[in-house]
Design a protein around this ligand. Structure first.
Ligand SMILES: [Zn+2]
Ligand SMILES: [Zn+2]
Length: 141
C-alpha cells in the first residue's frame, strides 16, 4: 500500500509522487535537493531563496491518497500528475505521454524489469534499469 503525495510551496503544488513512507520520502527530497540529485527542485527552491535550514518550513508534503494498492499506484500517480496539469499547475515531474510513461505490464516503463531488464552480477536476479543502481548498493549476496 502506498501514498500518493504532493510537494507544495506556499500551497502551490510542484511535484507529485508515490511512497510507502511519507516521512522518509520527505527527508529524501530534502537531501536530494541539496546534494544536487534533484536539480529541478533545487533550482525552484534556490530561486525562492529557501535555505537548507528553511526547507521543512516552506516545502510541505501533503498526502493526497492513502492505502493505494500496489497494482494501482503507478496509474494513480500518473493520473494525479495529469489532473494537476489539466488544472494548470506546472508540476515538474517528467513530461511524458501516457504511452511513454506506462507499459503493458501496468508499470512505469523505466522501472519495469520486463521492458527494461538488467541483471545483478552478484545475485543474478533481474531488476529494472531504473532500479539496478539502488539494488547493487543494497545487494547482500
Ligand atoms: Zn513493462
Ligand atoms: Zn543482487
Amino acid at each position: 500500500m502506498s501514498f500518493i503525495y504532493s510537494l507544495t510551496i506556499n500551497d502551490y503544488p510542484i511535484y507529485i509522487g508515490k511512497t510507502k513512507n511519507i516521512k522518509n520520502r520527505y527527508n529524501n527530497h530534502k537531501s536530494a535537493c541539496y546534494s544536487g540529485d534533484d536539480k529541478k527542485l533545487y533550482t525552484t527552491i534556490n530561486q525562492m531563496g529557501i535555505s537548507r535550514r528553511q526547507f521543512y518550513e516552506y516545502v510541505k508534503i501533503n498526502i493526497l491518497y492513502e492505502n493505494v494498492p500496489k497494482h494501482y499506484e503507478d496509474r494513480m500517480e500518473f493520473l494525479t500528475i495529469f489532473l494537476y496539469r489539466d488544472f494548470g499547475f506546472n508540476i515538474f515531474n517528467q513530461r511524458v505521454s501516457i504511452t511513454e510513461y506506462l507499459c503493458q505490464h501496468n508499470k512505469i516503463k523505466m522501472s519495469c524489469s520486463i521492458c527494461n531488464p538488467s541483471m545483478c552480477n552478484k545475485c543474478n536476479k533481474v531488476y529494472s534499469k531504473g532500479y539496478i543502481k539502488t539494488h547493487l548498493k543494497n545487494c547482500k549476496f
